[in-house]
Design a protein around this ligand. Structure first.
Ligand code: DCT
Ligand code: MG
Length: 499
């Protein structure tokens, strides 16, 4: 359920925290007091830079006090930074330098504060505008998720939770336009470095349509959206949500069951006309376990099992955790791994061998194996949303809880194991970087990478390859960094892809 936001809470600004672990060392340069702006720099980098500067005898203040002579920011535009400084009540005395990180870097290299030059300054916007008329305000948030850094630190959860109900509802009714529209809007809000404080803050943000803005406005005014509340209390929505929570049941099947009058999982199971396929049957059988989130400790234990069974294939097999866990999530609906072999072309037979070993250990509860249909000659694919062609399997594995770090036996628990959903994919070596990028997600991040490639670069990207339509060539990549570089994009770390 949505909770009413306290408007004071919504308006309350996040205070910058004291981050340094190192006390101020002997001060060598008494007329320079620095302040590092955490906004966009991030807490851990601020701590690192503060410690570095202090170790070299620079004075770094943890608060934006009157003593500060040099304010240093990273990756902020002048406009953004000055708005932020004004919000902090910064009075802009003449003798304070507002500088880009390049001044800090040069000073650290020189081992002393270098003289401030024009190239170091983040000019106040009014001055910039006078010089560079006619001024067109640059959008600071990209419409593409692959040009935004989206961590798990969502400052606009109250709005994104509401939008995600609309996303789900659009998915149930197979309204792709509404689905993508609300999904993109939620994704933009997730990337913002701070909470919206009023509707005006949403002005100029990309992908926020009128309907989204109306929802944001109502949440500001009333604490919740009536449209969202109506969906949440709708019987059809609740039933479809319940049915699609079963492994193997998609919106189409859920809709069919609903139309035929079914309202509960018990009714589905007791109806003679309902024919469950193998996946759905397993979904019902292990529902209690696999409808619960998988923890990171459980994912790690599954990783050890897969590592162990894959070692039977030879020593050159590497197992990489992907999906939400690679993006830093603490919980997921499954655990995703990419398996690769040291020698190119040796991955055939890898997944069948893993499946056999799990079976012989008595811990394979369900397996759906897909042989590779990958053919280089069929690339590039134009069906971006389609499943990739790699050898893969969707499993349910019996995880003994005593193998999970930190697990405590619950008194009276019936059994000592939990069924866990596991996906394994084994791409050919030359596709590894593309498969890793695709399987790391998020789905919205992937979708926007492909859209960006197509619309901005005239290239086709999928889980197998990157194709340049202008030169009619495939672009090779050994790492994810190579792919971002081919696309002319700044590299986005996996933990910044939670779009
Ligand atoms: N993916 C893909 N092709 C598929 C299935 C998935 O490229 N056929 C990508 C999309 C995201 C990633 O793989 C992992 O998929 P999920 O497990 O569905 O997503 P997740 O982000 O790991 O979510 P969760 O944390 O809930 O498991
Ligand atoms: Mg996953």
């Amino acid at each position: 359920m949505l909770q009413s936001p306290s408007l004071t809470l919504l308006r309350k600004r996040r205070r910058e925290e004291v981050t340094s672990t190192r006390p101020q060392q002997e001060m060598k340069f008494r007329d320079v007091t620095m302040y590092l702006v955490e906004r966009r720099m991030g807490k851990s980098r601020k701590t690192f830079l503060t410690d570095l500067a202090r170790s070299k005898g620079f004075c770094v203040d943890d608060t934006l006090s009157d003593k500060v002579t040099h304010i240093i920011a990273e990756a902020n535009t002048a406009h953004e930074l000055w708005s932020w400084l004004h919000e902090q009540g910064f009075t802009d005395p003449d003798d304070t330098n507002v500088l880009d990180i390049c001044w800090f870097t040069e000073s650290m290299e020189a081992g002393r504060p270098v003289p401030v030059e024009a190239k170091h300054r983040l000019q106040k916007p009014s001055l910039q505008l006078k010089k560079a008329l006619p001024a067109i305000p640059l959008p600071t948030v990209s419409q593409y998720a692959c040009q935004r850094r989206t961590t798990l630190d969502n400052h606009n959860k109250i709005f994104t939770d509401a939008l995600e109900v609309l996303v789900e509802s659009a998915e149930f009714s197979e309204n792709k336009g509404a689905y993508l529209g609300f999904k993109r809007a939620a994704s933009v809000l997730k990337s913002l470095p701070a909470s919206l404080h009023c509707l005006a803050d949403a002005e100029g943000l990309p992908c926020l349509g009128e309907e989204t803005k109306a929802i944001i406005e109502e949440i500001f005014e009333c604490g919740s959206s009536s449209k969202v509340e109506n969906i949440l209390s709708d019987e059809k929505y609740q039933t479809l949500k319940l049915f699609t929570s079963v492994f193997g049941v998609g919106p189409k099947t859920a809709e069919k069951w609903y139309r035929r009058g079914l309202r509960s999982l018990e009714q589905v199971l007791s109806e003679p006309w309902v024919q469950l396929n193998r996946m759905q049957a397993a979904g019902f059988l292990y529902y209690e376990d696999i409808s619960k989130p998988v923890s990171r400790a459980e994912a790690k234990a599954v990783g050890c099992i897969i590592e162990d069974v894959a070692s039977c294939f030879g020593s050159g097999v590497t197992i990489t955790l992907t999906g939400g866990f690679r993006r830093g999530k603490e919980f997921g609906h499954d655990v995703d791994f990419i398996l690769s072999t040291a020698e190119p072309g040796k991955q055939d037979g890898l997944l069948p061998a893993v499946i056999d070993r799990l079976k012989s250990q008595g811990i394979l509860l369900y397996s759906d194996f897909h042989e590779s249909t990958f053919q280089l000659s069929k690339l590039p694919s134009r069906r971006f949303e389609a499943m990739d062609h790699f050898q893969k399997c969707f499993l349910i594995v019996k995880l003994w809880l005593k193998q999970v770090e930190g697990h405590r036996e619950e008194p009276g628990s019936r059994r000592g194991w939990k069924a866990v959903r596991v996906d394994l994919v084994a791409p050919p070596t030359e596709c590894y970087a593309f498969a890793l990028l695709g399987w790391s997600g998020s789905t919205q991040f992937d979708r926007d990478l492909r859209r960006f490639a197509r619309l901005e670069r005239d290239m086709l990207l999928d889980n197998h390859a990157l194709y340049n339509k202008t030169t009619n060539t495939f672009l090779q990549a050994k790492t994810e960094e190579d792919i971002f570089a081919h696309l002319g994009l700044d590299y986005i770390e996996p933990w910044q892809r939670n779009a």
